[in-house]
Design a protein around this ligand. Structure first.
Ligand code: ADP
Length: 169
């Protein structure tokens, strides 16, 4: 197991890291799930700064303040909506993890916490999403020595078990 990767069960808004990743929507308009939790915890400064972007494409990532959260920045990435699996959902999900870590590196953010992107309202199958997340992050960490630690923050027990099974292999 990669020493720079860790699984946590809990609320991502409480993480004391340089950056928490948000599973945002294309309009960066806020919403339910982890997106709503991040905006509630961080306060209006996050939305204020999000307005300077013209939304965000699926698989892309943009950075704002984390407002009142203990983290420094929020990296907003837009996961794919699951649509049967033959609409490049897997590639777009990998792009989310890759582009988020690219933004982290550009902004000097060394510790990053990811939620289980697309596995809530967007309906991506959890096992496949975990495989993509772990594989992509492991690959990226090889290219980005400057990123010290990545947390997969699982909100539900099912995702935590899936991640632990896969990372112990
Ligand atoms: P998406 O639209 O990308 O599916 P969701 O927010 O609906 O985004 O779900 C993504 C994941 O975030 C789900 O696994 C959900 O359980 C999880 N989640 C919801 N709230 C939180 C939170 N406060 N901290 C961490 N993860 C959360």
């Amino acid at each position: 197991m990669n020493q720079r990767i860790e699984i946590i069960k809990g609320d991502i808004t409480k993480m004391e890291v340089d950056a928490v990743v948000n599973a945002a929507n294309k309009k960066l308009a806020g919403g339910g799930g982890v997106d709503g939790a991040i905006h509630r915890a961080g306060g209006p400064a996050i939305m204020e700064e999000s307005k300077k972007f013209d939304g965000c494409e699926t698989g892309e990532a943009v950075v704002t303040t984390a407002g009142n959260m203990p983290s420094e920045k929020v990296i907003h990435t837009v996961g794919p909506v699951w649509n049967g699996g033959d609409k490049n959902e897997a590639d777009r999900l990998a792009d989310c993890y890759r582009n988020s870590l690219k933004r982290a590196s550009e902004h000097g953010l060394r510790t990053v916490a990811f939620p289980n992107i697309s596995t809530g309202i967007y309906g991506f199958p959890k096992e496949e999403a975990a495989d993509i997340a772990i594989r992509t992050v492991q690959d990226c960490l090889e290219d980005h020595e400057e990123i010290e630690h990545v947390y997969f923050v699982c909100f539900d027990e099912e995702n935590k078990q899936i991640y632990e099974n896969r990372l112990s292999k």
